[in-house]
Design a protein around this ligand. Structure first.
Ligand code: 3PG
Length: 211
């Protein structure tokens, strides 16, 4: 199968970024997001339970578009792929990761926050990038600045995105998606507050209808 460099054009416009401490909760979390109209989730590899959480979601809730985030090593890519992740996300990009990514069919959303970082990824064939950390890297004005010289690149800003500022990001022509933890915060996951997460997802998914 040919390498898919990036998320497809019809990729979900809102990607909840989650930290899961208890893999047993992961399927219910995915169902709560789907019930609220959110079709994707990025499970960050920041907790010991993350790989088991990915496996549980991919087995029990295969209809959600499932990403593995905070990928920092090829070994994590391998484990996430075997657990069923369908795309990868990293806060940045290294030559080591870029070289390893070519061996996986999963698209990779590499992170960039400067023109040079974005250009380096573009040279490797990536046109859709994570813009991270979005708010502290200049937010919308940085994205507007990148659009002129790099018009073929499109971004998924994450880091400091919330229900209040997400809409403005989504209206930028070079933004294809936004990501963030506001839809499923760790405390609500830990509490199993699925109705609350569904409600946050419903509110967030209405943003997607505006773009
Ligand atoms: C992250 O990697 O933690 C994401 O970018 C989420 O950031 P947020 O918690 O600011 O939404």
């Amino acid at each position: 199968m040919p390498k898919k460099f990036e998320l497809p054009n019809n990729s979900p416009p809102i990607i909840p970024v989650v930290v899961i401490e208890n893999a047993a909760k992961a399927p219910d979390l995915a169902r709560a997001l789907l019930a609220g109209g959110i079709k994707s989730v990025e499970v960050t590899l920041r907790s010991p339970a993350a790989i088991d959480a990915i496996r549980a979601i991919s087995t029990l809730v295969p209809e959600i578009v499932l990403g593995a985030g905070t990928i920092l090593s090829p070994n994590q890519m391998d484990r996430a792929a075997k657990a069923g992740a369908s795309f990868f996300v990293s806060p940045g990009a290294t030559n080591h990761l870029i070289d390893a990514a070519i061996q996986f069919e999963q698209p990779f959303l590499f992170g960039a926050s400067t023109a040079s970082e974005a250009m380096a990824l573009r040279e490797h064939g990536y046109r859709r990038l994570k813009f991270f950390p979005a708010e502290s890297a200049g937010g919308k004005s940085t994205l507007k600045g990148l659009e002129g010289p790099l018009p073929d690149l499109s971004f998924c800003p994450t880091g400091g995105i919330n229900q209040t500022n997400a809409e403005e990001y989504l209206t930028l022509p070079n933004v294809f998606s936004v990501g963030g933890s506001w839809i499923a915060p760790s405390n609500l996951i830990e509490a199993g507050a699925w109705a609350e997460i569904t409600s946050l997802a419903q509110t967030a998914s209405r943003l997607a209808t505006k773009i």
